[in-house]
Design a protein around this ligand. Structure first.
Ligand code: 1CP
Length: 358
């Protein structure tokens, strides 16, 4: 399904436009300077996050404790005055809510009890709303604390990326177990994807009801799929999710992130009707500018340039502003902030993005 959307560069009338710069950009306006937020803006690179996690319970319990999750969500907003707060949670709260065992061991990635074709029927989508109630409570608490100009972004992992972690039992370079399940038994894999599509819709609707202004769908492992599988496992579920939210929450923008989609980013926009497209740093700026004719582009500074800082970073910030400043753009990285990043570099990034002349 496609929802065509005119892109305007003219000054909108204040009465009809939302005041939040990120929502204006998602509505197709070329906001100048571009609003900015960063994926993984809350996290280990901030001393105040490390200090809080030191005495906090395990990672998932932290996500399910509204006092802690609210505080962590707000930490980068207080420090840098970013234009959006993103709910502090994780994509893997969905498999946890469905009844799969999920653990985060200190210093290691997530560990799940892997599931296969015979386990899909035992997943419990009816548990989701009750299990994730503390996450939705956090959304409401953050909303109450935010300045009216700051956008609150909710999120979920996309069905393919969730299925990949669920089948593999954790992170992986190639997710070979998940991909061979999809190839060898597409029927049962489709059942898993359908169940997850429903769970993601449920999760995002609850976040929007609790006060999120828009949502981002993270398909972090879209880039390892073949073109045909990208259509089946990434585009189709995303189109269903965007369509379902357009019915229950008309006009609420969805930002899609099929990371690593390369040439297929355009297809994703066309077939899902997402209002915003997060792009990774592999996307050349001339391709990004072409995408911008049909969608608000979000991105795409290489997180390594933020780590390095200095002239290498500022030169690329100017290149991005030069290429995308004339259309609807939200400044962001191409992937998350890396843990060793000095917070001063983030402050400098925000300052350079907000300078009057690129
Ligand atoms: O304290 C710690 O060390 C935990 C590190 C951490 C953090 C800060 C994890 C574990 N998750 C998070 C928070 C998180 N994860 C957010 C919060 C909001 C923000 O951006 O500030 C979000 C949006 C996510 C999303 C997420 N989790 C994704 C999609 C985005 C991406 O990075 O591609 C993925 C793939 C995950 C899984 C996950 N959770 C945590 C880790 C280390 C991982 C990656 C595992 C792997 O390497 O495969």
């Amino acid at each position: 399904m496609v929802y065509p959307r005119p892109v305007s560069t003219s000054d909108p009338s204040p009465s009809t436009q939302p005041a939040k710069p990120i929502l204006r950009a998602l509505d197709g306006e070329a906001v100048s300077p571009a609003p900015i937020w960063l994926m993984r803006q809350a996290g280990r690179y901030l001393a105040e996050y490390r200090a809080l996690r030191e005495s906090a319970p395990d990672f998932l319990t932290t996500c399910y404790t509204p006092d802690l999750a609210t505080e962590i969500t707000l930490q980068p907003i207080r420090r840098f005055g970013l234009d959006a707060a993103i709910l502090f949670s994780d994509i893997l709260v969905i498999p946890d809510a469905l009844g799969q065992s999920v653990q985060f061991a200190k210093g290691e990635g997530p560990m799940l009890e892997p599931i296969g074709p015979g386990d899909v029927a035992s997943l419990q989508p009816d548990r989701l709303a009750g299990h994730l109630a503390p996450v939705f409570e956090t959304v409401g608490r953050v909303k109450a604390e935010l300045d009216p100009k700051t956008t609150l972004i909710g999120f979920a992992g996309a069905p393919w990326t969730l299925a990949a972690y669920m089948a593999e039992g954790g992170g992986s370079k190639d997710f070979a177990t998940a991909r061979s399940w999809a190839a060898g038994d597409p029927e049962s894999f489709q059942q898993l994807i359908d169940l997850l599509t429903g769970a993601v819709i449920d999760m995002l609707r609850h976040q929007l009801d609790a006060g999120a202004d828009c949502v981002q769908l993270f398909d972090s492992w879209a880039g390892i799929l073949s073109a045909a599988d990208f259509e089946t496992w990434c585009v189709r579920p995303a189109a269903a999710i965007v369509g379902a939210l357009a019915q229950s929450h008309p006009g609420v923008p969805v930002i899609g992130f099929p990371r690593g989609a390369g040439y297929l980013y355009g297809t994703y926009v066309e077939k899902t009707g997402c209002a915003g497209l997060q792009i990774d740093h592999g996307v050349p700026l001339d391709q990004a500018a072409r995408l911008q004719r049909n969608v608000t582009v979000q991105g795409n500074l290489d997180p390594v340039l933020l780590l390095a800082g200095g002239e290498a970073m500022t030169a690329q910030i100017r290149a991005i502003r030069g290429a995308l400043g004339g259309g609807p753009h939200i400044f962001n990285l191409g992937h998350g902030v890396m843990p060793p990043t000095p917070p001063d570099h983030v402050a400098e990034l925000v300052e350079v993005v907000r300078q009057a002349d690129p």
